[in-house]
Ligand binder design. Structure first.
Ligand SMILES: CN(C)C(=N)NCCC[C@H](N)C(=O)O
Length: 308
């Protein structure tokens, strides 16, 4: 069970900061192969319903003031809706994914090409990864730490390539590997939510399902985040941890009830979303959302150069 208490556990001020997201409509979404335990090709998918649910998610972000860009979906790539897997963008540097399974291989080049479009102006296109690396599925930034999942998809060599090509050391970012051990939680973002990077509130907050991690990774998480929200089996099993947070609003599966209560106690505003069709492919809110993080230094320089 998710650990909750009756009283608010924080005095920290939660403040939403505007984000830039990339999403891909589920126009060609289907479950025609099984590469994770959630996928059952014999169970029918209602693509029109998936599209309607996805539109609600997009509109919900926009209503909260976030910018959403959309990548053109490609026929024959039914998992392309899971934009978070398409790459990783930190400090304006964009590295496209290299997928584990051949069924998704063509998504890497598709996401890479998007970084050459006018909407991607301001982001530096680094091309595709050479090593296996499934983007924000396994790589979650919190402040100056990049939490990096491994065990099922992204490899340690993929982590090393990310560190080098995104120039993490130069950006003052430390990569922290975390081993996943339960095949249902095959990507880091199915087992851990980044809720607050502490930039505004001064309090870094994550939530995670401890049993999804190796004993060593659990120890690392306890050390880094002693006040984390621990999410129980029931909420984890509806992919409740697969959330997007803007520092105040936490967009998550409407089925993760205890987790939503725990979020309220910590001063967040949970925003429940129904993605029941997209869930059939083994993903939820976060999977549909790639966060694009501009180069803060370049943005500051541009602001300073702008005549008043
Ligand atoms: C949390 N994220 C981004 C994900 N978990 N992605 C969903 C990927 C689903 C796809 N069928 C696959 O197995 O690759």
């Amino acid at each position: 069970m998710t650990q909750t208490t009756a009283q608010p556990q924080t005095t920290a001020q939660r403040i939403a900061t505007p984000r830039h997201y990339l999403m891909c409509p589920p126009t060609y979404f289907d479950v025609v192969y099984a590469i994770n335990p959630w996928m059952d090709p014999s169970s029918p998918v209602d693509t029109a319903k998936a599209l309607a649910q996805w539109e609600v998610l997009r509109a919900t972000y926009e209503a909260r003031g976030h910018r959403v860009d959309v990548i053109e979906p490609e026929p024959g790539l039914p998992d392309m809706v899971y934009a978070a897997n398409g790459g990783i963008v930190v400090g304006g540097r964009a590295l496209a994914a290299r997928f584990t399974y051949p069924e998704r291989a063509a998504e890497g080049p598709a996401y890479d090409r998007w970084f050459d479009t006018p909407a991607a102006q301001g982001y530096r296109r680094l091309g595709e990864a050479v090593e296996t690396m499934e983007g924000e599925g396994d790589l979650l930034l919190i402040g100056k730490v990049l939490l990096a999942g491994t065990g099922f998809r992204t490899t340690p060599a993929g982590h090393a390539e990310v560190a080098e090509r995104l120039e993490l050391a130069e950006q003052g970012i430390e990569l922290v590997p975390l081993e996943l051990v339960d095949p249902r939680y095959y990507h880091l973002d199915t087992a851990l939510s980044v809720l607050d990077d502490g930039a505004v509130s001064g309090e870094t907050v994550v939530a995670y399902h401890p049993e999804a991690f190796s004993p060593a990774a659990q120890e690392t998480l306890r050390r880094l985040f002693p006040d984390a929200i621990l999410v129980g089996a029931e909420d984890a099993a509806v992919l409740g941890l697969n959330v997007v947070s803007d520092g105040l609003h936490v967009f998550l599966s409407e089925r993760a009830r205890d987790y939503a209560d725990a979020l309220k106690e910590r001063g967040f505003v949970p925003v429940g979303i129904d993605l029941s069709e997209i869930f059939k492919g083994g993903g939820s809110v976060k999977c549909c959302t790639l966060e694009l993080r501009p180069d803060a230094a370049a943005a500051t320089a541009t602001t300073e150069e702008t005549p008043r």
